[in-house]
Design a protein around this ligand. Structure first.
Ligand SMILES: C[S@@+](CC[C@H](N)C(=O)[O-])C[C@H]1O[C@@H](n2cnc3c(N)ncnc32)[C@H](O)[C@@H]1O
Length: 240
């Protein structure tokens, strides 16, 4: 179901956002290589960033996702590290130069209070001057053509059926996934929470972050009310 996602393009876009935020020129070697991907999943983005020269630690609270990530790390002989932890409460002994959290992962955080705690965790994990790039799926994405939210098909011998529904009152987006292989059926429910950009801004500002910019939908243009996804780039100030 994820096969249509252009992870390489997404990783390059994040690198560009981080370079612009920290004033690196496109040609310079990566400055400040220690990077943490919060909610790294199976390592799609982390492994590319690792190949691009970052020293990557991936954090995720799903053992299943991390098991797949571990297999990919071994196969590709990557030196990326993985940590099983809730990103809302993660704290690390080492400090990072960069942090990223991509593909709607902050939408999995279930309350503004927890989102605020997450921003504080990222803030304390970063060195002064560190950059944090993350995206959030916005309401216009969830209100989009609902026919796009039903997917059925077969990929590598696995039949899948995925259905998404948005509840505008609760601002929750729920996705039901059913997969079948060799007669075995597995079902999952994913609930995402849609936060308005102003609330996200209040929460990361309260954690101490400064906003460098908020780009819309994989462009270098400022996100606006029609954007489906906003890509925030924040900086931890050099001095508190
Ligand atoms: C949509 S996936 C994105 C995965 C990965 N960033 C990618 O782009 O392939 C969302 C990920 O967030 C993780 N996640 C959700 N809530 C989390 C939490 N509180 N702490 C850590 N990981 C979490 C899930 O396990 C899942 O791997």
């Amino acid at each position: 179901m994820m096969k249509e996602v252009d992870y390489r393009g997404w990783a390059n876009y994040i690198v560009l956002l981080m370079q612009v935020a920290s004033g690196d020129s496109g040609r310079s070697k990566v400055k400040g290589k220690k990077l943490c991907e919060f909610a790294c999943g199976t390592g799609n983005i982390s492994l590319i960033l690792s190949k691009l020269g970052y020293d990557v630690t991936g954090v995720d609270n799903s053992i299943d996702m991390l098991t797949v990530a571990g297999e990919k790390i071994r196969r590709r002989k990557s030196n990326m590290r993985i940590v099983h932890h809730d990103m809302v409460t993660y704290s690390s002994k080492e400090s990072f130069d960069r942090a990223v959290c991509v593909y709607d992962s902050i939408n999995y955080i279930s309350s503004p209070d927890a989102l605020g705690r997450f921003f504080r965790s990222v803030y304390t994990s970063l060195k002064p001057g560190g950059v944090f790039a993350f995206d959030a799926s916005l309401e216009s994405n969830s209100l989009g053509d609902s026919s796009l939210f039903v997917q059925r098909g077969k990929h590598r011998g696995i039949y899948y059926h995925r259905k998404s529904q948005y509840d505008p009152a609760a601002k929750t987006h729920t996705t039901y996934v059913r997969v079948k292989k060799d007669g075995c059926v597995a079902e999952e429910v994913h609930r995402e929470y849609v936060y308005p950009p102003d609330l996200i801004r209040r929460l990361f500002s309260a954690a101490g972050f400064q906003e460098r910019f908020a780009a819309g939908d994989f462009t270098m243009l400022e996100a606006d009310s029609s954007s489906e996804r906003v890509h925030f780039v924040l900086v931890k100030p050099e001095h508190d």
